[in-house]
Every structure is written in structure tokens, then in C-alpha cells.
Design a protein around this ligand. Structure first.
Ligand code: BES
Ligand code: ZN
Ligand code: ZN
Length: 508
């Protein structure tokens, strides 16, 4: 979707649909709001009449469409809810709801009246960025396997009008930047949505090579032979049961400044998680093509870093394997020797994410000595139980990294929540026969014992772990409770978050 800034008022130009936000009217509010005067005039008085009838109340998700006289296009009014609860995420949702409502309705070009989305809770720049997010992400659908599909909105213009035109240059820059981040999110969703027969570990390696060539990154792919030479026993064990062998993929963005810090971003890339010999029941397996979401997000994050030319040097590591049962599969009871020599006692082959991450974390910390490591992983069902479908769990051993991620979360609207990591969790992952066990004896705090396990492999490097099991994807059922900018399927959670984090690192 193309997103641009137009200095003129949306009501003064030829556009299929002009979109304005409407705040919810208070209990005693009967007078027609002045803020809708321009829309009312353009509609020839239809909007005030609809208001008087009680058709327009401004409640969230409320959509009213009026046709302007003389075939001058439509006006879509989108409810914003109460002024007291207004913020950027309300705008993000409203833009997505508008674009989605117009799908299959003959609207190609849509113009948002920016002024109607600027109030306490936003600024012109914040609102314009949120419109880009909502329109691009809300308009996205995974259509690769649909033989027929309705056309949706193709072009979005954010209209400034008289009141905002003096900020045109700044707003153009902000919207161009945000729209390019949103394009990266769409690019990431397209890959994260691919089914496991297509998105094999080698296919992810091909995607990484193509990306590296396109945006100028260094790429190294370790196949099963080179993984054996590196002693990456975790990846080899987990990938052993599949006909599609494991890969570890390393991408490197050199950084925008000579002596910037090095941030390593590591992703869990299980292209399908059947559970292995500790087989999952069928319903729990249905969405396990999304178990590669962390790794695919790392591809998107590196793409964003290169396109935005962020200051830090960024390393991306994708730990890719398919977890299937077979005569060659790893088993409960196996002892796996990881990259750094530490051993894992496997007690449940379904706790495979931490086993592949052990190699990837150990490798990147040892080989590159980064200033900080951030991993993204659809790691535990316990995360979904604790925080739900929308929020990622954050565990960190470093206050600065944690604070930076929490600030980026507030700015982007990608929710994360910090959780504790204590000696109690560390005690639970100690093994009697090896160094750590991949599954605990008592099932408590599953998100945190998994984090304690990972911590073993980063040593003292500043580290943050994002368990994205909940927010990585939506399904047709969870979708109804999620914002409209998340269609069924992959969310590409973490791309907007980490892009913001790396940009903030460029400033601070
Ligand atoms: N990929 C799953 C976690 C998951 C569950 C992601 C639901 C997204 C939605 C992970 O590999 C897993 O199976 N973890 C086990 C660990 C347990 C065996 C210690 C879990 O959470 O049950
Ligand atoms: Zn699993
Ligand atoms: Zn998994």
C-alpha cells in the first residue's frame, strides 16, 4: 500500500473516500460538534442530520458512510471513543477499521483528515505515524494461496489542510519513515505466514541470502555439516527427525557509525513444532508453522535496520530446525552437547526452542562479543497463559536494555511486560546428569524456567528475552479480541518494536 502526505484538505480534492475521526459524545452532549463542520458542509448537511437522529455517537469501531452530493466521493466517519481515553493506538485501530471496512467496496484511494486525529493523547506526527501503521497493517491479508480475492484500498493519503500545512516537511519525513517500517512488517508477515512445507530451514536461508543481497548485509549460513564442525549439538538434535535439515543463519548489518555498539538479535526458527517424540495433541499443533516467528522477525529487523540506516551494528541469528518425530529424532533422556560445551538433559522433546537457542546464543556471544543480546522466541505455552494473546513476556538481566525495550513498546503499541528471574527458577532447571534440563520436574512458572535455561548460554552479556508465544500470530477466534491492524495469521511481532529500539539507540 502506498502512503503519502498531501498538503491539501481531504475534502477539497478528488478522493474515493475521505476519512475523519469522531469522538464519542458525552451523556449531556446534544449540540452538533464544531469539529465536524467541514465534513457536514461537504456532505450537504447529511452528517448533522445523522448526528441529530442519533446515528453518529462516536463509539469505538462505529462506522458511518455518507455519499457527497454530485458524486464527489464518500465521507467515512470512524468512532474514536472518549476523548479521555484517546491515544496513538486508538488512531492505529481506527485507521485499520476504516481500511478494512472499505475492502470490496470500490474504494482504491483513501484520504485521512489528519486534523480529526490530533487531540490530547497524540500530536500531528504521532497521529500520522499511527495512521500509516493502521492503514498498511490493517489492509494486509495473506493472499498467496487465494485464487480469488476482493480488492482493497491501494493508496492512502494523509491530508494536512490549512491548520497543519506548516509542518509539511517534518510530517512527510515521519510518514515516509513509518510507511517503510510498515512495509517491512508486511514483508515479514508474508514470510511468517508461509506453511512449513514451503518455509523449510533452507528456504529461510534462501530468504536471508536474498535479503542480504537486496539491502546490503553480510550473510553466513551454517548447514548440517558446518553445524557439526561447530559442535552445535542442539540444532542437530532438534532437527534430526526431519527430512529438512537444520540451519543457523547469521546476518550482519555493519552499522551507521564507526564505533557504535553491537546489538545481537536472535530468533527461534522452528519451521514446524509437532512436539517431536513428545508429540503435541492435534489441536495444539494446528498453528505450529508460526513457531518460526522469532527467526522471521529477525529477518524483518535486519531489513529495517539496513533500510533505516540505524547507528548500531546489528547481528541477526536465526536458529532454524523442524521438530518432527522419526527414527532419527532426538529422544527424552538424550544428553545434548551445545556449541559452548555445556550439556542439556532432554526430558521433553517439545521444549525444543530453548535447545536450538542454546547454540545460537552461545555462538553469537562467543564469536562476536556483542554489547547486548535480545532474543525473540515463541517459547512457551505458559507465556500465553500468563499474559494472553497480545502481550510478550520480557525477561532481562540488564536495566538499560529492559528500559529501552519498554520505551519502544510504549512508542509502538507492541505490548510487552517485564517478568522476574530469580534463583528459584535457576534451581528448577539444574540437571542431575547434565548441566541443565530442558523441562522441569514441577510445572511452575514455565515462561521463567525457560528464561533461566536461556540465561545459562548468555553468561554475563547484557541480555533480554522476549517470549512472543502469545502475540506472534492471531487465529480466527483470537482475532476478534485483537486490534484491527492484526489480521488472522502472523503479526510479525517485534519488528516495529526492535526497529524503534534500534532507532532510539541511534539517538541516545
Ligand atoms: N512452540 C511451543 C510454545 C508455544 C505454545 C508457542 C503455544 C505458541 C503457542 C514450545 O516449543 C513448547 O511446546 N513448549 C512447551 C514446553 C514444555 C514442554 C516444557 C510448552 O510450553 O508446553
Ligand atoms: Zn515445542
Ligand atoms: Zn516450539
Amino acid at each position: 500500500m502506498k502512503v503519502s502526505v498531501d498538503r491539501r484538505d481531504a475534502l477539497a480534492v478528488a478522493v474515493d473516500v475521505a476519512v475523519s475521526g469522531v469522538f464519542e459524545r458525552g451523556a449531556k452532549e446534544t449540540a452538533f460538534p464544531k469539529s465536524l463542520a467541514a465534513e457536514d458542509t461537504a456532505s450537504g448537511g447529511l452528517i448533522e442530520a445523522a448526528w441529530d437522529r442519533g446515528e453518529i455517537r462516536g463509539k469505538r469501531k462505529e462506522i458511518t458512510v455518507v455519499h457527497r452530493p454530485g458524486g464527489q466521493g464518500r465521507i467515512l466517519l470512524i468512532g474514536l471513543g472518549l476523548r479521555s481515553k484517546f491515544d496513538a493506538d486508538v488512531v492505529r485501530r481506527a485507521a485499520a477499521e476504516s481500511v478494512r471496512a472499505l475492502k470490496g467496496k470500490g474504494a482504491r484511494g483513501v484520504g485521512f483528515r489528519l486534523v480529526s486525529f490530533v487531540a490530547d493523547g497524540t500530536t500531528p506526527e504521532v497521529a500520522a505515524r499511527a495512521i500509516s501503521d493502521g492503514a498498511v497493517l490493517g489492509g494486509y491479508e495473506f493472499l498467496k494461496y487465494k485464487t480469488q480475492a476482493d480488492r482493497g484500498v491501494e493508496e492512502v493519503a494523509i491530508h494536512l489542510g490549512e491548520g497543519l500545512v506548516r509542518s509539511e516537511a517534518d510530517l512527510k519525513k515521519a510518514v515516509a519513515e513509518q510507511a517503510s517500517i510498515d512495509d517491512v512488517v508486511v514483508w515479514t508477515r508474508e514470510r511468517a505466514n508461509l506453511p512449513a512445507d514451503t518455509a523449510t530451514p533452507e528456504r529461510l536461508a534462501e530468504e536471508a541470502r536474498a535479503l542480504a543481497k537486496e539491502v546490503g548485509l553480510k550473510v553466513t549460513v551454517f548447514d548440517e555439516g558446518s553445524l557439526a564442525e561447530l559442535h552445535c549439538g542442539g540444532l542437530l538434535a532438534v532437527g534430526g527427525g526431519s527430512a529438512h535439515p537444520p540451519r543457523m543463519i547469521v546476518l550482519e548489518y555493519a552499522g551507521g557509525t564507526r564505533r557504535g555498539r553491537t546489538v545481537a538479535v536472535v530468533g527461534k526458527g522452528i519451521t514446524f513444532d509437532s512436539g517431536g517424540l513428545s508429540l503435541k495433541p492435534a489441536p495444539a499443533m494446528a498453528n505450529m508453522k508460526f513457531d518460526k516467528s522469532g527467526a522471521v522477525a529477525v529477518l524483518g529487523i535486519l531489513r529495517a535496520a539496513a533500510l533505516l540506516k540505524v547507528a548500531p551494528r546489528v547481528l541477526g541469528v536465526l536458529a532454524c530446525a523442524e521438530n518432527l518425530p522419526s527414527g532419527a529424532a532426538y529422544r527424552p533422556g538424550d544428553l545434548v552437547r551445545t556449541y559452548g560445551g555445556q550439556t542439556i538433559e532432554v526430558l521433553n522433546t517439545d521444549a525444543e526452542g530453548r535447545v536450538v537457542l542454546a547454540d545460537a546464543l552461545g555462538y553469537v556471544v562467543d564469536k562476536y562479543r556483542p554489547d547486548e543480546v535480545i532474543d525473540l522466541a515463541t517459547l512457551t505455552g505458559a507465556e500465553v497463559v500468563a499474559l494472553g494473546d497480545d502481550t510478550a513476556g520480557l525477561v532481562a538481566n540488564d536495566e538499560r536494555v529492559a528500559a529501552g525495550l519498554l520505551a519502544a513498546s510504549r512508542a509502538t503499541g507492541e505490548p510487552i511486560w517485564r517478568m522476574p528471574l530469580t534463583d528459584y527458577h535457576r534451581e528448577l532447571v539444574k540437571s542431575e546428569v547434565g548441566d541443565v534440563r530442558n523441562s522441569t520436574e514441577i510445572t511452575v512458572a514455565g515462561m521463567l524456567t525457560a528464561a533461566a535455561f536461556l540465561e545459562t548460554f548468555v553468561g554475563t552479556t547484557p541480555w533480554a528475552h522476549l517470549d512472543i508465544a502469545g502475540p506472534a500470530y492471531t487465529t480466527v477466534t483470537t482475532r476478534k479480541y485483537q486490534p484491527a491492524y492484526q489480521n488472522p495469521g502472523a503479526v510479525a511481532f517485534g519488528v516495529r518494536l526492535l526497529a524503534r529500539y534500534l532507532q532510539d539507540a541511534s539517538r541516545g
